[in-house]
Design a protein around this ligand. Structure first.
Ligand code: PGA
Length: 249
């Protein structure tokens, strides 16, 4: 059994005080909940103070991105070691917004996953096809390439630390959720590919999250799919009552 993971990706939203207020108010929703993991990914400036509030709350801290290099002359970058130092246990890697708006290739994603694992953080690796890919019948090709190239250096013993988030790009922030059939099919494909690459045991323990317009109304149905082990939530994670409903689905 894989423990479900519900992760909030705030993207470029919330100041430090707004972030602290959110996590303080979030505590009542996670109190006594042990059968799922809640992860909060605030923007960089809020990581340290939010991490302090999250201590012993049962929620985990994630960054939304990390540098591909260990340290040195990389102006504006933030290293894995710095993230661990402020309490991050998870880090989102290769979100489609990073891929499309900031030119992150599978090679860069691969280097970042390596950094995260090297420093003991669980990478939440985002993959997914665009509408154009889907309409051209290339969904599985794209996913396969993102996995093979993105996880290129991930050893079998690191798979236990890795999390995959399947996020069809056309479903992100659009209000268009993949149908449970579409999501279920993609998740089953990912699981099968991971079995081929890493073996049944490790692939069977890999959490595969769904992301793309998850909300309190659709979370139950999505989570009922056998290969969906959690959700990466953007827009609906910004309001504490709404995210609270998702977490307690
Ligand atoms: P959304 O974003 O829930 O607003 O669609 C999901 C994501 O980008 O991770």
């Amino acid at each position: 059994m894989i423990k479900p993971i519900i992760a909030a990706n705030w993207k470029m939203n919330k100041t430090v005080s707004e972030a602290i207020d959110f996590v303080n108010r979030m505590k009542k929703f996670v109190l006594g909940i042990n059968d799922r993991e809640v992860v909060i990914a605030p923007p960089f400036p809020a990581l340290y103070p939010v991490g302090a509030v999250l201590k012993d709350s049962g929620m985990s801290l994630a960054a939304q991105n990390l540098g591909a290099y260990k340290e040195g002359a990389y102006t504006g970058e933030i290293s894995a070691r710095m993230l661990v130092d402020v309490g991050c246990t998870h880090v989102i890697v290769g979100h489609s917004e990073r891929r499309t708006l900031f030119g992150e290739s599978n090679e860069i994603v691969n280097a970042k996953i390596g950094m995260a694992l090297q420093f003991g953080m669980r990478p939440i690796v985002c993959i997914g096809e665009t509408l154009q890919d889907r309409e051209a019948g290339k969904t599985f090709d794209v996913i396969e390439r993102q996995i093979k190239e993105g996880l290129n250096q991930v050893a079998v013993y690191d798979i236990g630390q890795t999390i995959i988030a399947y996020e069809p790009v056309w479903a992100i922030g659009t209000g268009k959720t993949a149908t449970t059939g579409q999501a279920g099919e993609a998740h089953a494909f990912i699981r099968q590919l991971m079995e081929e690459l890493y073996g049944k045991g490790p692939a069977g323990r890999l959490p595969i999250l769904y992301g793309g317009s998850v909300n309190p109304e659709n979370i139950g149905k999505l989570m009922a799919q056998p290969d969906i082990n959690g959700a990466l939530v953007g827009g609906a994670s910004l309001d504490v009552e709404t995210f609270g409903k998702i977490v307690t689905f």
